[in-house]
Design a protein around this ligand. Sequence first.
Ligand SMILES: *Cc1c(COP(=O)(O)O)cnc(C)c1O
Length: 443
Amino acid sequence: MYLHGTSTINDQGHLQIGGVDTVQLAERFGTPLYIVDEQLVRQRAQQFVRAFSETDLKFQVAYASKAFSVVAMCVLAEQENLSLDVVSDGELYTALQAGFPVERIHFHGNNKTVSELDMALQANIGCFVVDNFLELDLLHERAQLQGKVANILLRISPGVEVHTHEYISTGQEDSKFGFDLGNGTAATAVATALQYDNLQLLGVHSHIGSQIFEVEGFKLAVEKVATFAVNMREQHQITFPVINMGGGFGIRYTAEDSPLAIEKYVTAIAGAVKEKFSEADYPMPEVWIEPGRSMVGDAGTTLYTVGSTKTIPGIRKYVAVDGGMTDNPRPALYQAKYEAILANRANDAVEEVVSIAGKCCESGDMLIWDLSLPEVKQGDLLAVFSTGAYNYAMASNYNRIRRPAVVFVKDGEADLVVARESLEQIVVNDLVPARFQKTTLAK
Ligand SMILES: *Cc1c(COP(=O)(O)O)cnc(C)c1O
């Protein structure tokens, strides 16, 4: 069994995370429960920052908050000297509520609305990563109205293919994101941006995909960005003070995944930047990166209580838990794979192969196929690993299931950072048209 971060099995055979017994966490906070190993998150942040500090490049490590955006996480990111990517007014609001330094907030997205642009301009955020021509025009116009100059990066689609699931691959030419490098669109975007007095072009941004286990794609992307920067210097006599190489660093979900150490990704990117830009005698740009999954992914564990089971002789045994695609839609979305153990009987010998089903009314609501476990009983606790990224963040209320609570654990302490949704909250935005009332009264 592979245990992440501070996870261990204690004397009682219980899974323990951050020095806290998960059986006690289940009693205290209920299940399903997202547990975040705070020390592991801090360690990841420090690994990125330290690796960059050793490169003598100027840098920013921006946590892609979409992976797990809650106020406490933004505060933690601030404490660890990270910058922060947001992709909606909701994520921006979360960052602002956390008191995150606005100059280190970067706004992403391929369809930012006028009100989102206004809100971000009003807040004086550090940088907009502009995705398309409409946004370029709109941002210029809105900045002019507010009498401001907005820092921008242009998101380019570098035409780099990486080996990952096609839904999470973004760098290839056929992508909804960014200005294409290959067909001259990116060059046109630079020319346009340079004409706009209320936009300050800092450089370009490239994000090639997610859950990437090799450095080749990043090196190739750096090369493309550098070539583009040199071309723009020739055409416009400008140099880019910043390049942003995105995120996408892979993590371990199951034994099939073999992620590189964080330092490997950083040194590969930094090395390629130094090489390509000094070759061209180009002023060394500041390098930004944007890890999301790799910052929080393997620090998260979801704890469920086992309920019903169904055995189909000769076929399989289904074991249902008290959550499912509502708290973790990734298996249904991208056939994502997870590992899990029985948190209350972690030392018991493996006796059967079962499949873990969620409780939603969808046959596709399966969390894990063919998982080896001790003989599972109602009331057992199932701990699913590596659920820190894109789980709470993607959680829904399908079947009007309440979103679980989130706790941070560290050094024997457990603190709630998101309360479990209440039944009242489930209907809080529901309204009944007044005319419905009338018909009832008339009867
Ligand atoms: C999603 C995203 C990230 C983070 O990706 P991870 O795979 O979670 O590291 C970074 N940058 C951009 C532009 C993204 O869209």
